[in-house]
Design a protein around this ligand. Structure first.
Ligand SMILES: [Fe+2]
Ligand SMILES: [Fe+2]
Length: 292
């Protein structure tokens, strides 16, 4: 269970890590949870894409933490997996898989990038723009790889000083990518500015509407929504409708035209879930001969 072992396991695409002495009942429960309903309901191929994106992300976070050169192949692999998953249109099945991930940082990155890929697809962007947006989402919090784990994983509320340290992550990420070179200006902008608000109350630069380009606004919306529906140790996750209502209530801070389209992404996701459930019910009815 050392941080090093956990990072290596994550880099192989692990979605759960248990100590060797885990009681058998706990182990079986975990395996049971991994087999369904998320994995069992995931359409063919989606689970494979999820593991590919998760492993690529592991590679990225591991290298980022150790100060190495971020592997372009890992970024490309995860973007490819995410965009193909978005084309399948089953965002909700993707979210089910994300919830099975034990590590909060992975959960958050896979969640934001899954949402951003689906959002870019919904907006009708071409392949090149979708790659940029999804890539920016994958990397948006890369600076957190350099924030001490005891602060990142602290259960409960952060002190003012700890909060200030976490708030450094956009600048740290931006510096990392700039130092390495070769990243699109839009990706750099998203990494630096995804906590900026249109009314100038965000950080780190307090930018205002005209200074925040659309792709950055897209990542910001996905990031806030993701944070609201995530499980945190100190508060319950918000249901999707409530989380979306909060976005709509941030009218001065977010681009409402984009928020509206984002609403369609979420509605489409829950429609797909209902369709899948209906299909599963019909199929099991057929198996047991009880279908009407
Ligand atoms: Fe962030
Ligand atoms: Fe984030």
């Amino acid at each position: 269970m050392s941080p090093r072992c956990q990072t290596q396991a994550n880099a192989l695409g692990a979605t759960a890590i248990l100590p060797a002495e885990t009681p058998r009942a706990v182990l079986l429960d975990k395996v049971d949870a991994m087999l369904g309903p998320g994995a069992a309901n995931a359409p063919a191929g989606l689970h494979r894409r999820f593991i590919a994106a998760s492993a690529a992300l592991g590679d990225l976070l591991d290298t980022a933490a150790s100060g190495g050169h971020l592997p372009a192949s890992a970024i490309d692999d995860s973007v490819e997996a995410l965009n193909r998953a978005a084309e399948g249109g089953d965002l909700d099945a993707w979210l089910d898989l994300v919830w099975q991930h034990d590590d909060a940082t992975y959960q958050h990155c896979l969640l934001v990038s899954g949402l951003a890929a689906a959002f870019a697809h919904r907006l009708g962007f071409g392949e090149a723009d979708r790659r940029l947006i999804t890539g920016a989402a994958v990397l948006h919090d890369i600076g957190k790889a350099r924030i001490p784990l005891d602060i990142l994983r602290k259960p409960g509320k952060l002190s003012a000083e700890e909060h200030e340290i976490i708030r450094q992550h956009p600048r740290i990420g931006h510096e990392m990518l700039t130092a390495q070179g070769g990243f699109a200006p839009m990706v750099l902008a998203a990494v630096l500015s995804h906590h900026e608000y249109l009314d100038g109350t965000g950080y780190p630069q307090g930018l205002r509407a005209g200074q925040i380009p659309d792709p950055v606004r897209i990542i910001t919306i996905c990031d806030i929504y993701a944070a609201l529906i995530e499980r945190r140790s100190y508060r319950a996750p918000k249901p999707p409708e409530e989380a979306y209502a909060i976005l709509v209530g941030m009218a001065e801070k977010l681009d409402l035209d984009l928020v509206r389209v984002f609403g369609e992404v979420i509605v489409a996701a829950s429609a797909a879930r209902l369709g899948r459930q209906a299909e599963a019910t019909t199929a099991s009815g057929r198996r047991t001969g009880t279908a009407a």
